[in-house]
Write a new protein. Structure first.
Length: 133
């Protein structure tokens, strides 16, 4: 019996794939982290991942908000408090989403791994769903 929440898993994969094709500054999917992007956080993050010019920093202000890994995206989708914090009522977003997706701990860790490429996410999600998404 497959208890995986396939519609929710499909929604997350489709979201991540749509985000992955956007320019880096426009993405809300960053698999390696959950980050609230303020002006400072966005500046620090962008300095780490790319060499940007000072004039490009003005564009960063338009892109403030939160960027999510797959777990963070589903978490904030199901409970808006996860858009601001990674733990709600003592429950970390990864644990919350593991349960929401119906995954075991090992599968959830594999899906939420920070080093996953967008291709890895689809492959894992389809394996866990037992079907193409």
């Amino acid at each position: 019996m497959n208890d995986v929440n396939i519609p929710l898993l499909r929604k997350a994969v489709e979201w991540a794939e749509a985000e992955a094709v956007k320019p880096e500054i426009d993405r809300t999917w960053i698999q390696g982290t959950w980050i609230t992007r303020s002006w400072t956080a966005a500046y620090d993050m962008l300095e780490e991942v790319s060499n940007i010019e000072d004039h490009q920093l003005k564009a960063v202000a338009e892109h403030c908000g939160t960027a999510y890994c797959v777990a963070g995206y589903i978490g904030q989708l199901l409970d808006e408090r996860y858009a601001i914090v990674s733990e709600v009522d003592g429950v970390h977003v990864s644990e919350f989403v593991e349960q929401a997706l119906g995954l075991d701990e090992c599968d959830a860790e594999a899906l939420f791994a920070g080093g996953n490429s967008i291709e890895d996410i689809r492959i894992l999600a389809e394996r866990f769903a037992g079907e193409r998404l």
